[in-house]
Design a protein around this ligand. Structure first.
Ligand SMILES: [Zn+2]
Length: 68
């Protein structure tokens, strides 16, 4: 008999406070993680200014250490 077991090796999702830049435009949902933001803090979708804020987002799992 085969029993479907819960995979205990499944990576659990970690929620952490993440600094993001969110578009200031109320009609635009554009935002980006600070880690991925370019030096020009403008919305990639509409070009408006981005406002720094903190959101609870799933932590990005990386297989290698990419810190410089
Ligand atoms: Zn925008």
């Amino acid at each position: 008999m085969y029993f479907a077991k819960r995979n205990s090796e499944e990576p659990e999702i970690v929620i952490e406070n993440t600094v993001v830049y969110a578009c200031e435009s109320a009609s635009c949902n554009g935002w980006m993680r600070k880690d991925f933001a370019s030096e020009n803090y403008v919305c990639p979708m509409c070009g408006s200014q981005l406002i720094e804020e903190v959101r609870e987002l799933p932590k990005i799992q990386t297989d290698f250490n990419s810190f410089k």
